[in-house]
Write a protein that binds this ligand. Structure first.
Ligand code: ADE
Ligand code: ZN
Length: 334
């Protein structure tokens, strides 16, 4: 069996996926038409041609503009179900997905339309595709902590639908310390905590995410590799890192996939997982991330299995559900 075929059939979880980043240009056009929203492109090809980024902010400007076509509960259901169809095709058995409520509520879209649409898509994924999932409410770090608190307050009637909170958007100049109090409040509500850290930001931001936010899982974490003490700590704590190779390439976090830090992370004993981040913008869903990274750095079958195993272990599923998926993985490997 070729390595590509092995990856394709491998049961895996996806732990770092922004649902707004799974909006394919075809669906963007369909929703623009359905909702009468003008978009600054005249074809699907023109949209794809615009996806040429030199850093995170470049991408975020286009990503927030694209989200403007999402208005109704049905739009969010369609968006989510389209992602789960792609995920199921990659044998993703479980996905923990981020959404950015502020991107929508700040445009006047009701919080309930966003959440109820996403939940409907997730319920359909479970029933029709047998993919389980959880929803993570992500705060936009370029906005204030006060606005994050207002978002958490707005989320209250739907809190039972969320497994955790996250922190995303423009990293530089917006350190984790800015959100220390709202993360403490989320923890008191029983939510799990994730934060993007060390994607563009320095190792000091990774330290802050651990020490001040007290995160349960770290998104990206690439720049941790510049700090020996941090590497040792992440290994000792077995902190799960949700690494996104194609995102790193497209946002110039790495200059070439052959220089990606994953092999060194694995050698140093870090609990690494592979994920797609914003697959509609970065040119590949999760299997494409495994495949292209494997080809670029020469991953072994054992390393690939280890990262799939890490994806279930690092999920926020109850132990019993984790054990079920891990047994599925073991059966496949045997
Ligand atoms: N929002 C969507 N994708 C993101 C990324 N890779 N980093 C920060 N914010 C994001
Ligand atoms: Zn991300």
């Amino acid at each position: 069996m070729s390595l590509d075929t092995f990856i394709a059939g491998l049961p895996k979880a996806e732990l770092h996926l922004h649902i707004e980043g799974s909006l394919e240009p075809e669906l963007m056009f369909e929703l623009a038409r359905r909702n009468g929203v003008a978009i600054p492109y005249d074809s699907v090809e023109a949209v794809r041609a615009a996806y040429d980024f030199s850093n995170l902010q470049d991408f975020l400007d286009i990503y927030y503009a694209g989200a403007a076509v999402l208005l109704t509960r049905q739009d969010f259901e369609d968006l989510a179900f389209a992602y789960f169809q792609r995920a199921a095709a990659d044998n993703v058995r479980h996905a923990e997905i981020f959404f950015d409520p502020q991107t929508h509520t700040d445009r006047g879209v009701p919080f309930g339309a966003v959440v109820e649409g996403l939940i409907a898509g997730m319920d359909r994924a479970k029933a029709e595709l047998e993919v389980s999932s959880g929803l993570i409410l992500s705060f936009l770090r370029h906005l204030t902590e006060e606005e994050a608190f207002a978002t958490l307050e707005m989320a209250r009637p739907w809190l039972h639908h969320f497994i955790g909170v996250g922190l995303d958007s423009s990293e530089m100049g917006h350190p984790p310390s800015k959100f220390q109090r709202v993360f403490a409040a989320a923890r008191d509500l029983g939510l799990k905590l994730c934060a993007h850290a060390g994607e563009e930001g320095p190792p000091a931001y990774v330290h802050e995410a651990l020490d001040l936010l007290k995160i349960d899982r770290m998104d990206h974490g690439n720049r941790s590799m510049e700090d020996e003490a941090l590497i040792a700590r992440l290994a000792a704590e077995q902190m799960t890192l949700t690494v996104c190779p194609l995102s790193n390439l497209k946002l110039c976090v790495v200059d070439d996939l052959r220089h990606h830090p994953v092999p060194e992370m694995l050698r140093r004993g870090l609990h690494v997982t592979l994920n797609s981040d914003d697959p509609a913008y970065f040119g590949g869903y999760v299997n494409e991330n495994y495949r292209q990274l494997a080809e670029a750095v020469g991953l072994t079958r054992e390393q690939i299995v280890q990262m799939a195993r890490n994806s279930f272990e690092g999920s926020f599923l109850p132990n019993e559900a984790k054990a079920g998926y891990l047994a599925e993985l073991d059966a496949y490997v045997r």
